[in-house]
Design a protein around this ligand. Sequence first.
Ligand code: NAD
Length: 367
Amino acid sequence: MTHKLLLLAGDGIGPEAMAEVKKLIAVMNEMGHAFETEDALVGGCAYDAHGAAIAEVDVAKAMAADAVLFGAVGGPKWDGVPYDVRPEAGLLRLRKDMDLFANLRPAICYPALASSSSLKQEVIEGLDILILRELTGGVYFGEPKTITDLGNGQKRAVDTQVYDTYEIERISGVAFELARTRKNHVTSMEKRNVMKSGVLWNEVVTATHKAKYSDVKLDHMLADAGGMQLVRWPKQFDVIVCDNLFGDMLSDVAAMLTGSLGMLPSASLGAPDEKTGKRKALYEPVHGSAPDIAGKGIANPIAMIASFAMCLRYSFDMVAEADRLEAAIASVLADGLRTKDILSDGMREVGTAEMGDAIIAKFREAA
Ligand code: NAD
């Protein structure tokens, strides 16, 4: 079966990181897999070409693809462009049109990097947790969203935190299903002590668990306590599920447990298609376009390669290949190869392409 991938490399280091995934895809095709790829523009480069952060025809290609691989967008060159066509608008458009409501951010500590975390080695070594963030609802989108001039020298800003039952049901369903493929444990985090949306969140997660997923262990934790526990003893968690706002913050905290931005992959998934059961999906590194290092050949491609590993796992059910790719990354790090962002004493500094080549060689060797 052919797997159709749309590659949106974007701006800055996006194309450099994507180039390593393209090499890997070519090698996998030589090994007998059947990936069909198409490139398109997104972000600042799309604005330069079409005056929009993504062309309509490319949105349609993303909707039709089995999965989208996304690099990064933005940079100082486009700081002055109108708000609705700024580079990030391309990503937001894709998230909205593809209805990507579930954002998966793993925080894995590779053994070779455990000593470079800001936490003690024993706290972080062997960490493998997954933060699941609701991505299309909550306070970032709720209406009203206003700043009103009160006329007395004061202004009032309002954001609205709003969740409907179905939104909580579907994100918690994803959490329980993911947990079944891992350590079978979900921790739901909200603020039911002070927020009505937290009360409903707690109720719906509990009811969804009882109705369909009672084989999975479920814990509830207040989001502030959860933040504290994440830095105290993160290994107590397996899958953490939370709303858009808490998920944004807690996933960044979890991310930094493991070191550089250049190491962190993510996946955003939509609802399963009624006919095929396939979910729309977009895979991207957590980092941005890193204009400070773009074009120098020194960007760390691991976040992009690990995003492709997530694509193999979640879009194509290629679990063995995903495991092998993640093991190849761990093995290259254990050999002491480091890009500049993760360099430490006694390690060998390599550029983007050399890191990519080393990972691909290990992946091929282990086949
Ligand atoms: P950034 O993630 O681009 O960079 C932050 C720092 O981390 C920089 O010093 C950078 O050199 C370093 N870094 C990031 N990725 C790296 C990698 N793979 N290898 C080595 N070092 C890496 O964030 P920023 O500087 O705040 O933003 C730069 C631009 O990216 C802005 O235009 C921002 O809007 C955009 N951005 C885009 C996305 C996205 O496309 N999803 C996400 C965040 C920021």
